[in-house]
Design a protein around this ligand. Structure first.
Ligand SMILES: [Fe+2]
Ligand SMILES: [Fe+2]
Ligand SMILES: [Fe+2]
Length: 417
């Protein structure tokens, strides 16, 4: 697979990722989509050859906030005085994440500087004038445009003109202002108001995606899936300190158990990949629930259970990942049929999902969580034995216990962490 089809998967990945970033407190903010569309259109006026890249940069510009309970779009008047440390450095964190995505590393420096102002009063590095790349300034302007719209829904076009004109020489350069003025005149006059209309946003986005040239003609389908996994993994781990490393350990345990069950080739690969993504949907679960020290109440539990649905939805949004959806999404089903989301029972649960369930339990029991300390492997074995045949497939539990006894028990005498 190459060219346009790689592009399609990349587009699906990035639009999905940006929705994940913008899903805050049960609400979809669509901030990244708007910033991407506006940034691309401003760039069309200044340097059209760069505009597809600006579009991708816009989708990911705030990826550094992943894991925060807050979103910059809720603070249109972001100033140094009330910035948390994490918020102040989200452009640097974001640039680090995007720099990891092959084919997209060129946009990382633009993302790093998307809150810098030409007068040196931006953040985090207080850069000035020509030290700030023109594409970072475009992102700054597109970002501010959405923040202003969001904050003041009844705003008129002349209010917006006035707002941006007043910031020329401080936040933006005169060249930026010229581009915005050209864009907001003539046929493009209604452009920004269209972007503000949530119901038209998906169509506008699809239109742009359809016309984007292929940006990577070398990446194969398999290599691309690995990129997707790495990016989702970074996002999952950034979300929550107790789950950091969990996805990778569950991937390893699921691969070990699968091999012990005689699974090979593509099936093995799919199970390991799905294991890595099994908690993806928790990105949409409020941290107050993930972090709760005591048991969850009924409504919190209902919310918690939804993460399996989100996992399947997010995986389904990227065509290249489709085979992984049921394996990851059904990993909370129980062997006795009392699990969720569908209450599947026994062999009705895909084998891969049953394996991931055991791998998940191995790590969840073993490691420290907000509500418990790390436990010894001996305790893990005891817990798994109690759950064989009710929660988990007994054959897979036998393999898990054999593996722990042969490979892991030794470590109980060294350390339990
Ligand atoms: Fe930002
Ligand atoms: Fe932003
Ligand atoms: Fe998990």
């Amino acid at each position: 697979m190459a060219g346009k089809s790689s592009n399609k998967n990349l587009d699906q990945l990035l639009t999905t990722l940006s929705l994940i970033i913008d899903y805050q407190g049960g609400e979809q903010l669509y901030h990244a989509w708007r910033v991407a569309i506006v940034a691309k259109c401003i760039c069309d006026e200044i340097s059209p050859a760069e505009s597809p890249w600006l579009f991708y940069a816009g989708l990911l510009h705030d990826i550094g906030i992943t894991g925060m309970n807050d979103h910059p779009a809720r603070h249109p008047e972001l100033t140094m005085s009330h910035l948390s440390h994490r918020l102040k450095y989200h452009p640097v964190i974001g640039a680090g994440i995007v720099g990891e995505i092959p084919g997209l590393n060129r946009v990382a420096p633009w993302i790093r500087d998307h809150h810098e102002w030409i007068d040196g009063n931006g953040f985090p590095a207080h850069k000035r004038e020509q030290d700030i790349h023109v594409n970072s300034q475009i992102l700054r302007m597109a970002d501010d445009y959405d923040l202003r719209f969001r904050a003041r829904a009844g705003l008129t076009r002349s209010d917006l003109y006035e707002f941006f004109r007043s910031r020329v020489g401080t936040e933006f350069s005169p060249a930026m202002w010229d581009a915005l003025r050209r864009l907001n005149s003539g046929d493009m006059g209604l452009f920004f108001f269209e972007v503000n209309d949530e119901s038209r946003l998906p169509y506008k986005l699809r239109e742009i995606l359809h016309d984007l040239p292929a940006i990577d003609r070398t990446m194969s389908g398999e290599a691309f899936i690995d990129v997707i996994l790495r990016v989702f993994g970074i996002v999952i781990d950034a979300r929550h300190r107790y789950t950091a490393g969990h996805s990778e350990r569950v991937r390893q345990y699921a691969a070990i158990l699968s091999k012990r069950l005689g699974i090979k080739g593509h099936e093995l690969k799919d199970i390991a990949r799905a294991a890595y993504l099994h908690d993806l949907g928790k990105i949409a679960t409020p941290l107050s629930i993930l972090d709760k020290a005591g048991p969850l109440n009924e409504s919190e539990w209902r919310m918690m259970k939804k993460h399996t649905i989100y996992t399947m939805e997010l995986i389904d949004a990227v065509e290249a990942l489709w085979p992984l959806g049921p394996l990851a999404g059904y990993s909370q089903e129980r062997y006795d049929g009392k699990g969720y989301p569908d209450g599947l029972r026994g062999s009705k649960i895909p084998l891969g999902a049953r394996i991931i369930a055991v791998a998940d339990a191995m790590d969840a029991i073993k490691t420290k969580r907000s509500y418990k300390e790390a436990l010894s492997w001996k305790v893990v074995i005891g817990e798994l034995q109690k759950s064989a045949g009710n929660r988990y497939d007994p054959e897979i539990i036998d393999h898990a216990i054999a593996y722990i006894t042969q490979e892991k028990m030794f470590f109980d005498h060294k350390s339990i962490s």
